[in-house]
Ligand binder design. Structure first.
Ligand SMILES: NC(=O)c1ccc[n+]([C@@H]2O[C@H](COP(=O)([O-])OP(=O)(O)OC[C@H]3O[C@@H](n4cnc5c(N)ncnc54)[C@H](OP(=O)(O)O)[C@@H]3O)[C@@H](O)[C@H]2O)c1
Length: 390
């Protein structure tokens, strides 16, 4: 079994689950900062999930827009959130009974990883819910080796339909979940494929790596070619988009990727620098040198992957980059109403949020280089690139 990008998500998620039980986090520090752009008729919305990272942002937008929200989950993750909302407790694996006979205009399924469970919830709700909105992922595509991947690109195939190994087959499982939703809710479903989701409340450590590293200052290792493209989406932009789609009863499949125009790794790093006060200089270390030193994209240098089909990822990682990495099409989503806040806003808000969470962050397993390894690599790089060899 080869771990996928999902493993790197899960690695953090394990700690995250433990933290989930009582950290102060999100409610007091985060809000959707978008101006109201959308007209709304009040909807009754059921979340299957809703209390982790992306769910709360969606819940807040839904409430701000005047919709009536019900949460269904096990009551394990951030149970203190939204005390005034209706909360239905249950495990989606065999424990959906509490939803029987209840009616909603729409369901937002943020917690579906296994086709069997997504099918169960869709089947149970098909006669009492109008629209099923399923949160998938761009990892559900067969490959990142295509430039400008649009929503019709080939999807990953689950070779063993019985597998429930989310760590190894995250993308193919999500692709199959999508198929289940479409089959049970024909012409009544919406599928969202986000790329890497960032923003306040995100306890994985990818954007946070760059934020805190640049905030510390000094010489920072900047990976690859400054023009290498990257894509992220602010969870709050995703939330605005999702609620907008429900308000407009928009169906179909959408890549939720940002930002609006292409973002290079250098624009990203300099964008973060712009919101800090640190004295800093970037040293660009090329991809070949990094791979020779066994410094890998994503695991060691988060959110970056050189746009090449043959570039090695961390050992054992099955899904990775490709020529199309960072170049997934957002055209359809923009035409359906996806809007983006500036990178500076995402970076500043996430850094501010990070300071409320930094104590826990210190002790956790995380992605990104340690300062010691970064210094070693920089020293080796400089040694090979001495201008004068006296
Ligand atoms: N993070 C990224 O970069 C990224 C990128 C692309 C796609 N995605 C997608 O984003 C979604 C995850 O976002 P999130 O975790 O932040 O969502 P969330 O809705 O904020 O949190 C997950 C929710 O699911 C509930 N849940 C978990 N297991 C459950 C079960 N067996 N039965 C009932 N409820 C359950 C949790 O509550 P309890 O624990 O209390 O049950 C929690 O409320 C996934 O669909 C993932 O594929 C993420």
């Amino acid at each position: 079994m080869t771990p996928s990008r999902r493993d790197f998500i899960e690695r953090s998620a394990t700690t995250y689950g433990a933290l989930a039980l009582g950290i102060p986090p999100v409610e007091s520090t985060i809000d959707s900062t978008h101006d109201k752009k959308y007209s709304s008729n009040p909807l009754k919305i059921l979340f299957i999930g809703g209390t982790g990272f992306i769910g709360p942002h969606m819940v807040r937008v839904a409430r701000k827009e005047g919709h009536e929200v019900t949460l269904f989950n096990r009551g394990i993750t951030n149970p203190h959130l939204f005390p005034d909302l209706e909360k239905l407790r249950g495990d989606r694996d065999g424990g959906l009974d509490i939803l029987k006979g209840r009616e909603w205009d729409a369901v937002i399924d943020t917690s579906g990883y296994l086709p069997r469970l997504v099918r169960d919830s869709a089947e149970l709700l098909k006669d009492t819910v109008q629209q099923y909105l399923y949160i998938s992922t761009t990892d559900a595509y067969q490959t990142y080796n295509i430039i400008d991947i649009n929503e019709d690109a080939p999807m990953a195939i689950l070779q063993d339909p019985t597998t429930e190994d989310v760590g190894s087959f995250y993308g193919p499982l999500k692709a199959q979940c999508e198929r289940e939703v479409r089959e049970v809710f024909p012409n009544r479903s919406t599928v969202i494929r986000p790329t890497w989701i960032v923003g306040p409340g995100d306890r994985r450590t990818d954007l946070v790596y760059w934020l805190q590293r640049i905030n510390i200052g000094g010489e920072v290792l900047a990976p690859g070619d400054p023009t290498d493209p990257i894509q992220i989406i602010d969870a709050r932009d995703l939330a605005d988009f999702v609620i907008h789609l429900l308000e407009n009863k928009t169906l179909g499949t959408y890549n939720a990727v940002g930002p609006e125009s292409e973002l290079s790794i250098s624009e990203f790093l300099y964008g973060i620098r712009a919101i800090t006060n640190s004295a800093i200089n970037f040293t660009w270390v090329d991809a070949e040198f990094l791979s020779k030193k066994k410094i890998y994209p994503w695991r060691d240098l988060p959110l970056w992957w050189p746009p090449r089909d043959d570039y090695p990822g961390p050992p054992g990682m099955s899904i990775g980059g490709g020529t199309g990495f960072g170049l997934i099409s957002r055209k359809l989503s923009i035409s359906a109403g996806l809007r983006y806040r500036p990178l500076a806003v995402t970076a500043k808000d996430t850094l501010d949020w990070f300071f409320t969470w930094a104590e826990e962050w210190k002790d956790r397993q995380r992605s990104g280089l340690t300062m010691e390894i970064e210094s070693e690599i920089l020293a080796a790089w400089h040694a090979q690139h001495l201008k004068y060899d006296y």
